[in-house]
Design a binder for this molecule. Structure first.
Ligand code: G3P
Length: 478
């Protein structure tokens, strides 16, 4: 019988009074691996009340002390990289090396946030009144950044540790309390990450981690009156949250259909390497994965051949063996991907490899000659299946990119920098990468999606700012 991990509330590890648990299915074995507590609404209330009260004294804790604790948590997290990475391997089938990288990157993110926080929160503004018409120099305005209160963080399964700390660290440095609702797949890794904050010695109640079924506590959490900010990364749930949430700031990253536009003068070896990295790393389960290749027809054959040569070399198998392609997170995800593949087959796409699936493991697949009437031209597979659409003009590529509901990132490959900039300006996405695959990092870069890809901007500096409000004090001279 699998161990039921406790949730973290008011500085303690607790069992839920529900007596119920939620199983975590190992994507590779498809058998239950761990269990977490199925917390109740009453337990959510307790966590929110503890957070609200802890936040009040935390906001008064000197900024340098908040930073010091974050640095400590970062160091402890890095010390525990091996066991936490092992949980990621078992819970979300992330290749072993990438799992370690996720934890180390998270430690670095926490430290950078502490450093950035002391700088940007250590500065305010001083304004004088006589720059606005009709005013004498009789008012001095002092501004500083103050915390919002309790921040609710909801990260997705693909980065249960990294996309949790990218919300936790900015919230805490800015003087907020933090309630984490981890994804079910990844919850055990997240609980152990939270344990590192516990060991660092943060005040009781300031951070908590509540686990359970979305159907039981999801809406209750996101609509909770004590929540003063929500930072969410994930899928369709984000749109539902944004409709139900109260009058609070929202930060949302909700997926993408990142296009890779390839011009005739592109370095095709570079493009092929980036398509492999961008399209197939973590088996395509990244919001920033390359999800459609739009290549000029004159170089399409050459590019497809180069990509196929590299696809053949990808290793396929269990995450423990550090294979390139590992099982996708769930059976329903694998079924969804298969649905897109079947639709493309029926509508006449060219299969560069044979479609192969065992359980949740799907072999990497490049689909050539994809046309806009195929679902895969528009939908996000979140798996190792990549469509190639041949285009006759750059405008056609830009048009396809902009016709998507998503607008997260995109990339363009060309040796002509002027063209690259013009294409970047024309692409309706939050970021355009020139001559490299889309990616969120380095983690202090701004990260944002247009259209259905999200609300607001992330990245360390933007997240700190987003989790604060401006407070002014005006001195009125006689
Ligand atoms: O899928 C989540 C998104 O934030 C991607 O991050 O680092 O893989 O570009 P990254």
């Amino acid at each position: 019988e699998a161990e039921v991990y406790k949730y973290y509330s008011d500085g303690e590890w607790r069992k839920s009074s529900s007596g119920k648990s939620v199983p975590i299915i190992n994507p590779t074995t498809r058998k239950p691996q761990y269990k977490v507590q199925a917390c109740t609404q009453e337990e959510v209330n307790q966590v929110m009340e503890a957070a609200t009260s802890a936040q009040k004294s935390w906001a008064k804790t000197p900024l340098w002390k908040r930073a010091e604790l974050l640095h400590k948590a970062a160091a402890i997290l890095k010390e525990h990289k091996a066991p936490i990475a092992d949980f990621l391997v078992k819970e979300i089938a992330k290749p072993a090396k990438d799992a370690v990288t996720e934890v180390v990157r998270s430690g670095d993110l926490i430290s950078y946030t502490a450093e950035e926080g002391v700088r940007i929160l250590g500065e305010g503004k001083f304004l004088v009144s006589d720059s606005f018409p009709g005013n004498e120099r009789s008012k001095y305005c002092l501004t500083s950044k103050i915390p919002l209160g309790v921040v609710l963080a909801i990260p997705p399964f693909n980065y249960p540790v990294n996309l949790a700390v990218s919300k936790i660290a900015p919230a805490l440095i800015a003087g907020n309390a933090l309630v984490l609702k981890p994804p079910t797949q990844g919850a055990v890794a997240a609980l152990h990450m939270v344990h590192c904050f516990h060991l660092a010695g943060f005040p009781k109640g300031l951070i908590s981690c509540i686990t359970g079924k979305g159907s039981e506590i999801g809406d209750f959490l996101t609509m909770h009156p004590l929540v003063k900010c929500i930072s969410f990364t994930g899928g369709d749930t984000g749109a539902a949250i944004s409709k139900k949430a109260g009058m609070i700031p929202l930060q949302m990253e909700l997926g993408g259909k990142d296009a890779c536009i390839v011009l005739e003068d592109a370095d095709l070896d570079l493009v092929a390497a980036n398509i492999i990295k961008g399209g197939f790393s973590y088996s395509g389960q990244r919001c920033t994965a390359v999800k459609v290749v739009l290549v000029m027809v004159s170089v399409a054959d050459a590019l497809v051949e180069k990509v196929n040569t590299k696809v053949e070399k990808l290793t396929v198998g269990p995450p423990e063996e550090d294979c390139d392609i590992t099982p996708v997170v769930s059976e329903s995800s694998a079924n969804f991907i298969e649905g897109l593949v079947v639709d493309a087959k029926q509508k006449g796409a060219t299969f560069c490899q044979e479609y192969k699936r065992e359980g949740n493991l799907i072999w990497p697949l490049l689909l050539d000659h994809v046309r806009p009437d195929m679902r895969i031209a528009w939908e996000e597979p979140f798996g190792p299946v990549l469509p190639v659409i041949r285009i006759n003009s750059v405008e056609e590529g830009i048009h396809h990119c902009n016709a998507s509901n998503f607008g997260l990132q995109g990339c363009v490959f060309t040796r002509d920098i002027n063209k690259a900039i013009m294409i970047s300006d024309a692409m309706e996405t939050g970021t355009v990468q020139i001559n490299s695959a889309p990616a969120r990092g380095p983690d202090h870069f701004p990260f944002q999606g247009l259209k259905d890809s999200g609300i607001g901007s992330q990245g360390i500096t933007n997240s700190i700012n987003m989790m604060t409000k401006i407070k002014s004090t005006v001195i009125n001279l006689p």
